[in-house]
Write a new protein. Structure first.
Length: 68
């Protein structure tokens, strides 16, 4: 990790937002990442469940018989 650049970035952020707000910002950032990952996992799970639906609809149509 490059040294001096990151130190300057941290100093500038501390000056802009105040040192007392940095822990809360970090916590909120972590919670946001956690929620994002949870949403991605739920979306991929829902997508996996949705793959069988067209087959189920086709079978239901066949069971009902030909339409008038």
């Amino acid at each position: 990790m490059p040294g001096p650049e990151w130190i300057w970035v941290i100093i500038v952020i501390a000056v802009i937002f105040g040192a007392s707000r940095l822990p809360a910002m970090g916590r909120n950032f972590g919670l946001g990442i956690k929620e994002f990952k949870k949403g991605i996992a739920e979306a991929s799970q829902d997508e996996g469940e949705g793959k069988g639906q067209p087959e189920a609809r086709r079978q239901a149509r066949e069971e009902r018989g030909p339409s008038a």
